[in-house]
Design a protein around this ligand. Structure first.
Ligand SMILES: [Zn+2]
Length: 505
């Protein structure tokens, strides 16, 4: 729309210019005189357009546009909402050149007339759909619609139910049913499942919260990663939101920036949410299997009795992982996290971005969380050092080691509490101690005070219930990944063959 209008203006200017060129043949003086007269006029028009505060124009125009479209509202409400939100910018653009600036032009007049006409029709009885904008409040919206502050006051004094109206968010939708400038009914979509209905009965406003369950539809997707997780997910028909959900479920076990290999794959069972037959939301993922470098990891969504939900492995271990606060038991803290510490050996101010635990040489050091060994080797003043990555977000560092525990090498996986090395004084150290660092998204945090994610696995008492609940999900994952076919094949083998198979394994 804007391009068209600007185009029209430019071609107008262009024809003016060619006229000027034609004139130049007759008299140069005339041209310059004309230029002096005509250019400021054009500039003045432009200046006027930019002088009109942009924030004000859309407000009035948007409202009139809403009123305009509201005329046909009874036929198609969704259309109105879409027009009032999606076309905002287009409308703003038009306004800048049309009604305020440019001289009457038949095309623009038609738009204006139809707008004002519908506004008049609307004043008697109407449904007006308002999409909340940034900086909006109910008071502002009431005044824009010409509704009395009294009615707003009466609504707000209903009580607790209407307190939601104080927290309007941009993009939310309010339906005003107005009769002769009096508000009869107000519908407010609080979220996808709740709406607030305010009605006037016998001159008094009443509020009611209406809850509407969404209808979930279970879907599944499968993908082999041959470029990026994101692109593969997209090809499998997943939305950005679902891909991000997958990343966050597995983020503790897999570093999606470093661990993903070509040929990794995933299978997802997830929900799509529908309201009145229209898809309104994606998710949640209800079960997943991710095969990273040949190792399958399953995650199942489980809702507890109190409504909490989280993702768990098949054995009830939480997918989110907690951290141990300290990597060495019964050790004395000899130096704390301090960004302005004087270094004991270098004797100058040097931030101490970790905690020192004084302990005798050979004291075992534990991995504070499940993770992958990103480094087990010498690292300057740190001496023998281990860096563990715990998914993509967290990493821990253990320095001045006397030696590494057996089998702890770069690339190996370690479990929380597993001994990874032993206290020593390698590198720049005055005596045997462990220097321990904790990073969140690459930033050093105080290991003693950083807020650690707290996660509980399914406890023994709740385990039977958990296993029963996840059983159908596991069966479905088995079916989708072809595991069930394999299992039934094996049971069909004769006992002899089976034992042979087992010996081979
Ligand atoms: Zn230290």
């Amino acid at each position: 729309m804007k391009d068209y209008k600007t185009g029209a203006v430019t071609s107008q200017v262009r024809s003016q210019r060619s006229w000027l060129i034609f004139l130049s043949g007759i008299s140069l003086i005339l041209i310059s005189a004309w230029l002096i007269l005509s250019t400021p006029e054009n500039n003045a028009a432009d200046g006027l357009a930019s002088d009109i505060p942009k924030a004000d124009i859309p407000t009035t125009l948007q409202e009139s546009a809403i009123e305009y479209t509201a005329d046909s509202v009874k036929l198609d409400i969704s259309n109105v909402i879409e027009e009032s939100t999606v076309n905002d910018s287009e409308l703003n653009d038009v306004i800048e050149i049309t009604p305020h600036v440019i001289a009457p032009d038949s095309e623009n007049l038609i738009v204006d007339e139809s707008l004002s006409e519908s506004i008049e029709q609307q004043t008697n009885k109407s449904l007006q759909t308002v999409t909340v904008k940034t900086g909006d409040s109910l008071a502002l919206i009431f005044s824009r619609l010409g509704l009395s502050p009294r009615s707003l006051y009466n609504i707000m004094s209903i009580g607790k139910e209407v307190s939601r109206l104080k927290k309007l968010r941009p993009g939310q939708i309010l339906n005003f049913h107005i009769n002769e400038n009096e508000l009869n009914k107000l519908e407010y979509e609080v979220n996808l499942t709740n709406s607030l209905l305010i009605t006037k009965q016998d001159g008094k406003f009443q509020a009611e919260l209406i809850h509407e369950e969404l209808e979930p539809l279970v879907k599944h997707a499968k993908a082999v990663i041959n470029d990026s997780l994101f692109l593969s997910g997209k090809r499998a028909g997943l939305s950005d939101k679902l891909i991000m959900q997958l990343v966050s479920i597995y983020g503790w076990d897999i570093d999606f920036a470093l661990d993903i290999r070509e040929g990794d794959s995933f299978t997802l069972i997830y929900e799509e949410q529908y309201k009145d037959g229209v898809k309104v939301a994606d998710g949640p993922i209800i079960a997943a299997e991710f095969i990273n470098r040949g190792t399958p990891l399953r995650a199942l969504r489980y809702t507890h009795e109190d409504g909490r939900h989280d993702y768990y492995a098949e054995n009830g271990d939480a997918m989110r992982k907690a951290f141990l606060r300290t990597p060495v038991e019964l050790a004395r803290i000899s130096s704390r996290f301090n960004l302005k510490r004087k270094h004991p050996i270098l004797n100058r101010i040097r931030a101490h971005k970790g905690v020192d635990y004084a302990a005798s040489t050979g004291t075992p050091i534990k991995a504070t969380g499940d993770g992958t060994v990103a480094l087990a080797g010498k690292k300057g003043g740190y001496g023998r050092t281990i860096v563990l990555k715990h998914g993509g977000k967290y990493s821990t560092l253990y320095a001045h080691l006397h030696k590494y525990a057996r089998g702890v090498r770069t690339g190996k996986r370690v479990k929380q509490g597993q001994v990874i090395g032993y206290v020593g004084k390698s590198g720049l150290a005055t005596g045997p101690h462990l220097h321990y660092e904790f990073r969140v998204n690459g930033v050093h945090r105080n290991p003693l005070t950083v807020k650690l994610p707290k996660v509980e696995s399914i406890n023994k008492k709740a385990l039977p219930e958990f296993l029963q609940t996840i059983n159908p999900m596991i069966a479905e994952l088995d079916r989708l990944t072809g595991k069930r076919a394999l299992a039934s094949q094996q049971t069909e083998e004769s006992p002899k063959q089976l034992s042979a198979l087992m010996e081979d394994g």
